[in-house]
Design a protein around this ligand. Structure first.
Ligand code: HEC
Length: 91
């Protein structure tokens, strides 16, 4: 196998570092996108994919908390998204 030159290794390190920093920035951009969405928006986008959207009045706050935990796994939501949706549904 050919030995990697120290100079080449230096470039690999630099390019790798830039790639990692880039990834960190894009994931932050996604988080900012989620942060900008309201509970109502997240609810409308996520909770009618599999069934009709249940009315916020259908359950109490305590019940929504339980439903939220259950549906969080089904809808693959982050904790933040789930909390926003529950806050919206419990108004
Ligand atoms: C991936 C599909 C899927 C998504 C997305 C989803 N649900 Fe569900 N939901 C189900 C299934 C399946 C059931 C049936 C109960 C179960 O999970 O065993 C259900 C049941 C429910 C029930 C109980 C209905 C009843 O009358 O007893 C509520 C309330 C509910 N979902 C709310 C939500 C909310 C709020 C969201 C958004 C955060 C959501 N669901 C997103 C699949 C989904």
């Amino acid at each position: 196998m050919k030995k990697i030159q120290p100079r080449t290794r230096g470039w690999i390190m630099i390019i790798g570092t830039i790639a990692v920093i880039g990834l960190i920035f894009t994931s932050c951009a996604e988080n900012a996108q989620i942060a900008a969405k309201s509970g109502a928006q997240l609810w409308a986008e996520n909770c009618q994919r599999c069934h009709n959207t249940p009315s916020p009045a259908a359950f109490s706050h305590e019940q929504w908390k339980t439903v939220g935990l259950h549906m969080q796994t089904r809808a693959q939501l982050t904790d933040k998204e789930r909390d926003k949706i529950i806050a919206f549904l419990s108004q």
